[in-house]
Design a protein around this ligand. Structure first.
Ligand code: AMP
Length: 307
């Protein structure tokens, strides 16, 4: 059964301290879909403008990502312009133009409404809610959010949280949403708001999962060169949900492995600008880094403990 993702497809202008990419393919649903597709079928719901390039459409369809839910609208495609600090965990949004997303109201196809797995990528909580209202009986619903919506659409966001299973957000957003400075308190407070699982993304420090089973933490895979952290969060979510859909249920065992696969895919995406690295990625590389990842944190690995 497919995973349905609703989020942005857009053109990003990204500045780091040393490089710049202008109007590169990006958007929350883009990264999610390109990661989730390694694990199973993905169906993408988004809007683009008349300036959306046909070769970018092909990047998705060539990888079997279902674009029946991609609506072409009169106007411009979503644009985002961000600049990273020297500390790449920090970035400023210099410009955000919702364009055709401003009054987009997605209408799911009948088979999308019946999907078991839904990811509400970073879009307004109003839009996320409108999509949730169209779902028949999903098994697992995950959502992402960001500081912009926590500040500007808080009431709607809080209502939405009661209806989802998993929330992904970064550490700063977890503090902002919960009002707690301490991340453990913040994670626990978020679980009380509705979701049974909270995945707090901490950039180069990794991910902290909160659930009824307690906490689970993984580091980010240490890399010598990080070129562009954009999309790491959505890529993480894509692989996480992909693995959960493959596992079929949200047990702690499935969740933990999903967190590691999410971290593996995210570690690849940041190696090059925009979606370049994830487009050329192969399953062997994913499995290779998965094993390297386990070894990185396993103090009892047989390689070192057997005589
Ligand atoms: P991430 O680095 O995982 O937070 O995701 C970055 C992607 O999110 C970029 O490709 C942007 O196009 C997209 N993005 C940035 N701001 C927003 C927003 N307010 N709503 C939806 N998508 C956004």
């Amino acid at each position: 059964m497919s995973i349905v993702v609703v989020g942005t497809i857009g053109y990003d202008t990204i500045e780091t301290q040393t490089d710049k990419a202008v109007e590169a393919l990006g958007g929350s649903a883009t990264y999610f879909a390109l990661a989730a597709r390694f694990f199973g079928p993905v169906s993408l719901v988004a809007a683009v403008g008349t300036d959306f390039k046909p070769e970018h459409r092909e990047l998705f369809t060539e990888r079997n990502i279902d674009l029946r839910g991609l609506e072409y609208r009169e106007g411009l495609t979503f644009r985002w312009h961000g600049r990273y600090h020297e500390d790449m965990n920090r970035r400023d949004t210099l410009n955000l133009a919702l364009n055709v997303f401003a009054d987009f109201s997605p209408k799911l196809l009948p088979d999308q409404s019946r999907a078991d797995y839904l990811f509400l990528a970073n879009i307004s909580p109003e839009l996320q809610t409108a999509v949730l209202d169209q779902m028949a009986n999903p098994k697992v619903v995950a959502a992402d959010t960001m500081n912009h919506w926590i500040e500007n659409s808080r009431a709607q966001l809080i209502k939405m949280l009661r209806r989802i299973d998993i929330l992904t957000l970064n550490d700063e957003e977890a503090r902002m949403l919960s009002g707690e400075q301490n991340l453990v308190k913040a994670g626990r407070a978020i679980l009380k708001m509705g979701p049974k699982t909270a995945l707090v993304k901490r950039g180069e420090y990794g991910v902290l999962q909160f659930s009824e089973e307690g906490m689970f933490a993984v580091p980010a895979y240490p890399l010598e060169d990080v070129h562009d952290p954009t999309g790491a969060g959505d890529t993480f979510a894509g692989a996480f949900m992909g693995y959960v859909a493959r596992g079929g249920k949200l047990s702690e065992r499935v969740r933990r492995t999903a967190v590691v696969y999410g971290s593996v895919l995210a570690s690849y995406v940041v190696e090059r600008f925009s979606v370049q690295r994830i487009l050329e990625l192969g399953w062997d590389e994913i499995e290779g880094r998965y094993r390297a990842f386990l070894e990185l944190t396993d103090s009892h690995h047989p390689r070192w403990t057997s005589p």
